[in-house]
Design a protein around this ligand. Structure first.
Ligand SMILES: Cc1cc2nc3c(=O)[nH]c(=O)nc-3n(C[C@H](O)[C@H](O)[C@H](O)COP(=O)(O)OP(=O)(O)OC[C@H]3O[C@@H](n4cnc5c(N)ncnc54)[C@H](O)[C@@H]3O)c2cc1C
Length: 396
């Protein structure tokens, strides 16, 4: 692909940049961490503004409220929103990056017509109910049952680590519809309305001190059969579409924001006595900057591949692996520069230690969420490089 802006790209970039210059300051600062109701409002209001201005769902079909725009515009959108420090999609993450794209690929016309415009307008927030206490990396081991009763599935089970489930309206739910089929063969992908009787959400506290993810208990929840995405018992294939989208392009805006994070660290190094004079530190900053640049190119490749194939990119696992590990290395460098300031959750001696410590603690989850680094290495080895499969073992 040609990465230079065409004439229409340049017009799009200018219009978006001008809009962001006015709207980002007007939208104000995000609410304090931990206030999830306020955060939902802040994020969905931003989503609505993007939609009204014609900047929501750039790659989504026009008939469902998207822009049907060229790939280059989507990449420009990521660059310009990161440059402007625009709010991240946040509470809309699962809807915009998982649920919506999965419906575009696999949903019925009714599902698309109802959900896609509502997600783009910021009306509905989605969460993901895939993992269970006994099913994380080995997702197909999940036990949540959905028993068919006429036009409904009756769902019983327990999901865990569901990000922002406490502020969500819908959940992409992976369930077992045929307990007698093979492990991967008896699953289905359902749209669960979170307000249904029998859905109980319990927030969990994280290392960073807030509750951004939750357990979901499902006791006799009735989900219409019309809410199934894909065929019954074909849920493993649909779930893989969802996961590949998450791993491939969902972090694009974050990748660009890493540059800003590195600039913050360079500014800090200039303030810390003796730090900037250290050639090893400057070398490390330079190497990290080069790796962020390479990761952005890999992300562009993934977005391009996803556009070309109409699905999600296999390169996604490589993007996810590098992104999550690089993010942690950048965070570690920040903490080293802070020195003892890194021991405090508040700003110390005029240093931005609160934010940098929070960034680092937050970064620890990325090598686990969305599939651990070990699992990404297995996927790259087996499915991308064609290496022999890892030896199978069963827990005793
Ligand atoms: C912040 C955060 C947000 C999350 N959000 C969601 C969400 O919204 N919805 C959702 O459904 N889930 C979510 N998850 C769950 C996430 O997908 C799982 O944590 C992840 O898949 C790992 O599963 P596990 O925690 O059960 O660990 P396990 O699968 O038990 O893994 C434990 C360790 O064993 C290693 N391991 C396992 N299998 C292999 C193997 N075959 N080869 C080599 N090593 C292996 C793993 O790499 C890991 O180090 C979230 C997790 C986090 C941390």
């Amino acid at each position: 692909m040609d990465l230079r802006d065409s004439a229409s790209d340049t017009r799009f970039r200018r219009a978006l940049r001008a809009w962001l210059e006015t709207e980002v300051p007007r939208h104000g600062a995000p609410p304090p961490p931990g206030d999830w109701a306020a955060r939902r409002r802040y994020d969905t209001d931003w989503q609505r503004k993007l939609h009204v201005a014609g900047f929501a769902g750039l790659s989504w079909p026009e008939e469902y409220g998207g822009r049907g725009a060229a790939l280059s515009e989507q990449l420009i959108f990521y660059e310009e929103t990161a440059r402007a420090g625009a709010p991240y999609i946040g509470a809309n993450f699962i809807g915009m990056m998982h649920g919506g794209p999965t419906l575009i690929a696999e949903g019925t016309p009714e599902q698309k017509a109802f959900h896609l415009p509502a997600i783009l307008r910021g009306e509905y927030v989605w969460c993901q109910g895939f993992s269970e206490p006994g099913a994380g990396s080995d997702l197909a081991a999940l036990q949540t049952r959905a028993l068919r009763e006429g036009d409904f599935y009756v769902v019983e089970g327990h999901k865990i680590w569901s990000t922002r489930a406490h502020v969500a309206d819908y959940c992409e739910l992976l369930v077992r519809t045929d307990p007698d089929a093979s492990k991967h063969g008896g699953l289905s992908w359902l749209i669960l309305p979170m307000g249904e009787p029998g859905v109980e959400v319990r927030p969990l506290e994280t290392l960073a001190g807030d509750s951004h993810f939750c357990e979901i208990f499902l006791n006799g929840v009735r989900v219409p059969v019309g809410n199934r995405v894909g065929e019954e018992n074909d849920g493993w294939r649909v779930a893989n579409v969802t996961l590949r989208i998450e791993r491939g392009t969902a972090f694009a805006q974050h990748v660009i924001s890493m540059r800003t994070q590195l600039q913050g660290i360079a500014t800090l190094a200039r303030k810390r006595e003796g730090a900037w004079a250290d050639p090893a530190l400057r070398g490390r900053l330079g190497a990290l900057e080069a790796r962020v640049g390479a990761l952005w190119r890999l992300t562009q490749m993934g977005v391009s591949e996803a556009r070309r194939t109409g699905g999600a990119a296999l390169a996604g696992s490589a993007v996810k692996l590098h992104y999550s590990e690089l993010y942690q290395e950048i965070g570690e460098l920040g903490l080293q520069l802070l020195g003892r300031g890194a021991l405090c959750r508040e700003d110390v001696a005029g240093l931005p230690s609160a934010e940098m410590l929070h960034d680092y603690l937050w970064s620890l989850q990325f090598t686990i969420s969305g599939g651990t680094s070990q699992v990404q290495r297995n996927i790259i080895g087996e499915r991308v490089l064609g290496l022999p499969r890892e030896p199978r073992w069963e827990p005793r």
